[in-house]
Design a protein around this ligand. Structure first.
Ligand code: URA
Length: 434
């Protein structure tokens, strides 16, 4: 069936529901370059203002999925799990969650992304293990999952090409932060690999795309509806991203923190998010009946360090040198190390994830333009976390960079945290929706 772009845009402009066929025609025409970027930008902006019905969002997701290759994971033995974060600062959850879940015999089959804006990306982080690659043949992906228990691949040109093209367009047309567009973008990349349990970690706060709980819940519900449209079991975690997750922000430094967490030396907030996400997977799959039992078993596994080897084996199976991380101090030195100190006594009651994420980019750990190269050694370590006591002169955070130090960064870093005489309770898990 042939539709006309002008009829489709007129309907969307006046909030008239589009049929699944119209949406599929539109996306297919865009991928084939029969609809131009400027036409699609107008459509994305109309969606930004007028939204989409649930049926439209599902059709959009389906057209993304159908635009490229869909993995056949029927040769993976055992139960399959996936977990995805909407993106945050210091979020290395997948690097701890995957080995932990693999240690229960569950196969983790994951498609991950690179950093976007201030939010870091799992693929960038893992590339700090020199030689590690996400560019796997379909056969190698399945082989690694079966032999190691987990594998992470990336979005190549033939995986959801419609999302790849749309995302690049949204990025430069002010249309990233639209709930249906985000939901279709994320879910299409999760639906091209089948799994028996999918956990979505929706981050909320300054360092996330979703700045408040209401919007995050809307996104969560939209993604659950799409999942159900595909008969997928989806559980959602709403987690705090007002402050960074864990103490390490960067690339190699985050892989090191993940390794430490798997070896009984991790920050409490990271352990809570990881064990809750893994607990949801294990109950969704029927391995545990009660969420609290699953979570407490996960904590025990982190204490014994028994699942750490899965991370090393997975990195090595995909060509990476994990010894670099095990000997982190020798391998990831930087020209400059700057400590930012507390100027009063009290409790740290806030640490602004957005400012800290932006600073980490400035130090070389993220990309300001698509062409920028990442410095794997650069990053920030939070010597103090929210809720900690500080005294004047204590180190609150440390910068690691190969760039010359800019005083402006230090001033921004000082403003990124608040010290108060009264402590405030910190919340990591905001809500579970399943
Ligand atoms: N992550 C995605 O993959 N897509 C979005 O639109 C936003 C975050």
């Amino acid at each position: 069936m042939n539709y006309s772009f002008s009829e489709i845009i007129e309907k969307k402009k006046h909030s008239i529901e589009l049929s699944a066929e119209e949406i599929k025609w539109l996306i297919n025409s865009y991928v084939k370059n029969n609809v131009t970027d400027y036409q699609m930008a107008a459509f994305a902006m109309a969606v930004y203002f007028n939204g989409m019905t649930k049926a439209e969002t599902l059709a959009l997701t389906q057209s993304y999925v159908e635009s490229g290759y869909v993995y056949d994971v029927s040769e993976v033995t055992g139960l399959k799990a996936d977990k995805h974060s909407t993106g945050g600062v210091g979020d290395k959850t997948s690097l701890v969650y995957s080995p932990l879940v693999a240690s229960y015999g569950v196969k983790v089959c994951k498609l991950s992304g690179r950093g976007l804006g201030v939010t870091g990306g799992t693929i960038d982080k893992l590339e700090s293990c020199k030689g590690w690659t996400s560019e796997l043949s379909k056969e190698k992906f399945i082989k690694t999952i079966n032999e190691v228990g987990m594998s992470i691949t990336g979005q190549s040109d033939d995986i959801v090409p419609a999302d790849k093209k749309m995302y690049a367009l949204r990025d430069v047309t002010g249309t990233v932060d639209s709930i249906p567009l985000i939901a279709a973008s994320i879910m299409s990349k999760k639906l091209v690999i089948d799994s028996d349990s999918l956990i979505l970690d929706v981050k909320v706060g300054a360092g996330a795309f979703m700045k408040n709980i209401d919007i995050a819940e809307k996104l969560a519900n939209e993604m659950i509806t799409i999942g159900h449209g595909y008969n997928r079991k989806v559980s959602i975690l709403l987690t705090d991203m007002q402050k960074p997750l864990g103490k390490a922000i960067g690339n190699a430094i985050e892989v090191k923190e993940a390794w430490d967490t798997l070896n009984n030396n991790g920050p409490e907030d990271l352990k809570e998010v990881v064990c809750t996400a893994a607990g949801l997977t294990l109950t969704d799959l029927g391995i545990f009946d009660k969420l609290e039992d699953a979570i407490s078993d996960c904590y025990k596994k982190l204490e014994t360090g028994e699942c750490a080897h899965f991370l090393q084996e997975f990195v090595e199976a995909q060509g990476g040198n994990f010894e670099l991380i095990k000997n982190y101090e020798q391998n990831f030195t930087t020209k400059n190390k700057i400590e930012v100190l507390a100027e009063e006594n009290g409790y740290i009651i806030s640490q602004d994830a957005e400012t800290i994420g932006l600073l980490s980019m400035e130090l070389g750990a993220g990309r300001k333009t698509k062409e920028d190269l990442i410095d794997f050694s650069a990053g920030i370590y939070l010597n103090k976390k929210t809720g900690d006591v500080v005294k004047t002169g204590d180190v609150v955070l440390t910068f690691y960079t190969n760039f010359d130090i800019n005083n402006d960064w230090i001033e921004k870093a000082k403003k990124s945290f608040t010290i108060s005489s009264q402590n405030e309770k910190q919340q990591n898990i905001i809500k579970i929706i399943r």
